[in-house]
Design a protein around this ligand. Structure first.
Ligand code: ZN
Ligand code: FE
Length: 237
């Protein structure tokens, strides 16, 4: 079993999420997208975890700033897309989309979703029904197109739509309330999204992440996943 702990970073201005992963069977551990060190290290110390790996979804600083210090402190090996090796600080293990990466007995499939950046990847733990989406899919919205086209983002999102509804997704930022207005309007006040929002707001008020949300719910509420074809998708921009 894969244990997942959420760490809020850059709170109140960028609201990044880093995630600490523990493969209980083997004790192997990792940090997904260490955005900044202080909160990540505090949580690692609280849990008594020394991460073996860092898993980066893409090169942006708000996902990789912790790389080098965590590597130095814990000897963690940095994993990222081989194709983006030159931009991922301290990369040790280059993975290729279509391959897998094993965290102990928990296996992540590497999925290319180049659009937010070229070389952005997802880590999909099929057995554990967990998907780390970085800056590609957020709650009720998606990441900006810094290095890709609307066509590429649409294609990337189709890969996510094809995954099972009961997979939980873990985004790189807490942007639920940013996306909510637009999603609500797009959906004409449908009940799914009202329930989604109420739950998210209640959790955020308690200082908890809105998610993780099952992909099935996201597919029914996120306009960028609801868009049935490229033309409809493009009309959202
Ligand atoms: Zn980014
Ligand atoms: Fe980001």
């Amino acid at each position: 079993m894969l244990k997942i702990y959420t760490v809020l970073c850059r709170a109140g201005y960028m609201d990044n999420y880093s995630y600490i992963l523990l493969d209980e069977a083997s004790g192997a551990s990792a940090v997904v997208d260490p955005s900044e060190n202080k909160p990540v290290i505090e949580k690692l110390r609280e849990l008594g975890i020394k991460p073996d790996y860092i898993l980066n979804t893409h090169h942006h600083f708000d996902h990789t700033d912790g790389n080098l210090e965590l590597k130095e402190l814990f000897g963690a090996q940095i994993v990222g897309n081989r194709l983006d090796s030159r931009r991922i600080p301290g990369i040790d293990i280059g993975v290729n989309p279509g391959e897998t990466f094993s965290l102990g007995r928990s296996v992540a499939e590497i999925i290319d979703v180049s659009a937010h950046t070229q070389g952005h990847i997802l880590y999909y733990f099929r057995q554990d029904k967990a998907l780390f989406t970085g800056d590609t899919l957020f709650n009720l919205c998606i990441g900006g197109l810094f290095e890709g086209t609307e066509e590429e983002m649409f294609a990337a999102l189709q890969k996510i739509k094809n995954l099972p509804d009961d997979v939980l997704f873990y985004p790189g930022h807490e942007y639920t309330l940013h996306g909510a207005d637009f999603a609500f309007r797009y959906n004409g006040g449908n009940e799914n999204i009202r329930a989604y929002l109420e739950q998210a707001q209640a959790r955020i008020r308690q200082g908890l992440p809105a998610g993780p949300v099952p992909l099935g719910v996201e597919k029914a509420c996120n306009p960028y996943l609801q868009a049935a074809n490229l033309a409809e998708f493009k009309s959202l921009f």
